[in-house]
Structures are given as structure tokens and as C-alpha cells.
Design a protein around this ligand. Structure first.
Ligand code: ZN
Length: 433
């Protein structure tokens, strides 16, 4: 398979052969001339990076359960090209929301592969041997792709925050490379993720810009108004438990849920999606109730897949196997806001008629109280309280003073049950502009 595109660094723009296909001088994206088939939405990492910086992030993120290090960086890099925010969109201190493609396309993170080859199996891998100045490259076409990072020539770092000026950002580089896998060539728009060169320490390409969005939408079409979507998961996600996917645009029957699989196949591919089929929806196509499989699936993401033409595949949502009772409450609200505005948060899925509190902290390093693990770290500041009432819900609001400009706050809701037990929510990261 032909090597289609490679990513240079600094001011040395290493143009691939395909760049010669750019015929005009307009400032815009360019296309490689293929699109991935609907069976090629999956992507995986053969995590063989050799530098410690590539896998030294060991902090779990509730919006990206089950993976840390380079795995997490790669997962986020693909999800950025998805139609909509993955879960609540949080998880990257350098961008407000992950999932900005707006196209009729969603990628499927399938976790780890246990090897790689240049045959197209949608695997990302580090390789040894010099790259002649290239940082990474992609071999691909409509039938799949391979991405290789030139590990001997660079120190690749997994983030998730800023990257040292002597290192290259795995997430940023792969957001670019995965753009090639989707069929995008280099753009001549400075600031686009598909700009042909990258700098040491740069995290900018993690976030696709309007030119990249226009490119992916040109290939796959703008997001269909009938695309299914997921807002939250309720109930117990323990094996054998009953959980509910809540969202919309679900057909009445022949609904499928696609999960991460824990099965490796013999093609080094880390397995295909675990497909839970023949499901029905209720409540006007907004809820899918299912029994959590007792084997074959693992923590990662869940997508809704419908029958019929077109993509009909939702954006991803975090799925944490056996998450109950952690993060039982479903907290929703803004992930970014301007100073001198009021932010409003609300939660559902709590036990009825119990006291609740909503906290913010400037730390997301976790806290344990009475053996219960919370996502936010200390000190935690209470900014709302109340009673969940008959609906098991609650809300909180806060005015952001001018002095809050530039801060990042972590928000979590808690209910207080009898005997010192708690229920907690997912954590929301709020970036104040
Ligand atoms: Zn490139």
C-alpha cells in the first residue's frame, strides 16, 4: 500500500507525493480522493511507544473510562473527528470540547491491538528506524489504513495537558494523521489540524478548526438530522444489570448497541465491536433499555447503531462496566462559560427525597470519604444544596465573577444517604473564559 502522507515538523514542511495533487491556490482543505467505507470506522493502538513520556499519564478520566497514557491520547484524537462531543466532551485541558466534526461520521475506538503491519487494519503503532524528518505517516485508502509514529526520532508525550518543548504531542499528531486516514490531504490554512507541519510542544492540532470541519463534511456529508445520539446512561452497568441508554432519533426496533470488545482476533486488530442487537426503543425513540452482557464487553465507549442506509451510527458515550454506584448521578451543564455569566447545572438519577450538595474544586485528583471515591480533589467548595424530591434530581447555579477568568473548575454532585453512604455524579470540567 502506498504511503500517502507524512507529517513534518518545524519549518520543514515535508510534502508527501499526494500533496502534488493540490492544484489550486485557494486557502482550504484538500482531499486525498477516498473515503472510508462504513465498515472502517474502527481504530486501535498497538501501544509500543518506547519513551516513558509516552505513557506516564496514569490519571483516569470519567469521560474516557478504561484507558490512560497513549491509549487515552489516541482515543481522544480520533473522537475529535466525531460528529458530536464524546460524552460530555470533557477530558482535554487544552480544548473545550472533544468531538467537533459535524459530519455524517463517527469513529469507533476499539482499544488495543497486539501488533501491526502495513496491511490496512486501522491500527496506529510506533515504529523504530529513522523517518527522514517525518514525525508520523499514514498508509491508507477506502479499505482501511495504518498510521506509524517514528519513535526513534522523537520523544512522544501523552499529555493530557501541555507538552514539553522538547517533545511531540501524541494526541495532536494523531489527530492530524487520522485526518489523513479519513481522506484529507494537507491544508494550506495555517492553524488547521491538516497544516503540513507541527512544532515541538504544540497541542494546537488536537482541536480541528473550521477548515478541517469543512473537509471532513465534504467527504462524509454534513451530519444527518436523523443521526442517533446519546445523552446519558442510567441504571446499573454491572454485568447482568439493567441499564438505559438515553438520547434520541432511535428507531422503534432493530436497534443495536456497539461496545468495546475484550476479544482479540487473529489479525492483531484487537477485535471488532461487541454488537448487542435486536433491541427496541421506548419513550418516543429516546430510550433503549438493555441487560448488560456478562462477558465479551469491556469498559470504553458505547454507540447506537441503527439499520438502514447511511451512517446511522451515533457519537460515542463513555461506558464504564460495573460503574454502579460510582457516578450514579447524571450531572449535566456547561463545560465552558464566560465571566460575569451564570452557569446552571442539574442532575438526575439520584435516590428520591434525600439531601444533596453540589461542589466545585480546582483539583480533579480525587477524594475518598467514608470509603467512597469522588472524582474531585480537595478542598471541595459547596455551592448548592437541596433535596432530590420525588424525581431524584437537583440543580445548582453560580455566578462567575470577573476574577474567575482563566480558571478551570471541577464540579461534582453528591447525595447523602443513610449510614454515611453517598451517591456521586460524573465530574464536569468547567473552563472559565
Ligand atoms: Zn500530514
Amino acid at each position: 500500500m502506498k504511503k500517502l502522507s507524512q507529517f513534518g515538523f518545524g519549518t520543514i514542511a515535508l510534502l508527501s507525493a499526494s500533496s502534488l495533487m493540490i492544484a489550486d491556490t485557494a486557502d482550504s482543505y484538500a482531499l486525498l480522493g477516498f473515503s472510508l467505507g462504513t465498515g472502517q470506522r474502527d481504530f486501535r493502538l498497538n501501544n509500543n511507544f518506547s519513551d516513558s513520556a509516552s505513557n506516564n499519564n496514569t490519571t483516569a478520566d470519567s469521560n474516557w473510562p478504561g484507558y490512560v497514557g497513549a491509549d487515552l491520547a489516541i482515543w481522544k484524537s480520533g473522537a475529535e473527528w466525531g460528529s458530536d462531543p464524546f460524552g460530555d466532551g470533557s477530558g482535554d485541558p487544552t480544548q473545550n470540547v472533544i468531538g467537533n466534526g459535524g459530519a455524517d461520521f463517527n469513529p469507533l475506538w476499539m482499544g488495543n491491538a497486539n501488533g501491526h503491519s502495513t496491511n490496512a487494519r486501522n491500527i496506529i503503532s510506533a515504529i523504530s528506524g529513522g523517518g527522514g524528518g517525518a514525525i508520523a505517516w499514514m498508509y491508507g485508502g477506502s479499505g482501511g489504513w495504518t498510521i506509524e509514529f517514528i519513535d526513534d526520532d522523537f520523544t512522544f508525550a501523552d499529555g493530557p495537558g501541555s507538552i514539553s518543548g522538547s517533545q511531540m504531542c501524541i494526541q495532536a499528531i494523531n489527530t492530524h494523521e487520522y485526518g489523513h486516514a479519513l481522506g484529507l490531504d494537507h491544508s494550506n490554512v495555517r492553524g488547521a489540524t491538516m497544516w503540513p507541519s507541527a512544532s515541538y510542544g504544540s497541542t494546537g492540532p488536537r482541536s480541528i478548526n473550521s477548515d478541517d470541519q469543512a473537509g471532513v463534511q465534504a467527504i462524509y456529508g454534513a451530519q444527518s438530522s436523523s443521526m442517533p445520539f446519546i445523552d446519558e446512561i442510567r441504571g446499573s452497568t454491572a454485568p447482568g444489570g439493567t441499564a438505559i441508554v438515553v438520547g434520541g432519533n432511535y428507531t422503534a426496533d432493530r436497534v443495536r448497541l456497539w461496545f468495546n470488545s475484550d476479544v482479540f482476533n487473529n489479525l492483531q486488530s484487537g477485535g471488532d465491536p461487541y454488537k448487542l442487537g435486536s433491541l427496541t426503543s421506548t419513550n418516543g425513540g429516546t430510550q433503549i433499555s438493555f441487560t448488560v452482557p456478562t462477558s465479551g464487553i469491556e469498559t470504553g465507549g458505547v454507540h447506537v447503531k441503527l439499520d438502514g442506509g447511511g451512517e446511522a451510527l451515533s457519537e460515542g458515550h463513555p461506558f464504564e462496566l460495573g460503574a454502579d454506584p460510582w457516578n450514579k448521578l447524571n450531572l449535566t451543564g456547561p463545560t465552558s462559560a464566560n465571566v460575569r455569566t451564570t452557569v446552571n447545572y442539574s442532575f438526575t438519577n439520584a435516590t428520591n427525597n434525600v439531601p444533596y450538595k453540589v461542589f466545585y474544586s480546582f483539583s480533579n485528583s480525587g477524594t475518598t470519604v467514608n470509603g467512597h471515591e469522588f472524582d474531585i480533589g480537595g478542598p471541595a467548595n459547596e455551592f448548592a444544596s437541596g433535596n432530590t424530591g420525588a424525581s431524584g434530581s437537583g440543580s445548582a447555579s453560580a455566578f462567575l465573577p470577573a476574577a474567575a477568568s482563566g480558571i478551570t473548575a471541577y464540579i461534582e454532585a453528591v447525595t447523602i444517604l443513610s449510614g454515611g453512604a453517598f451517591e456521586d455524579s460524573n465530574m464536569i470540567t468547567l473552563v472559565v473564559n
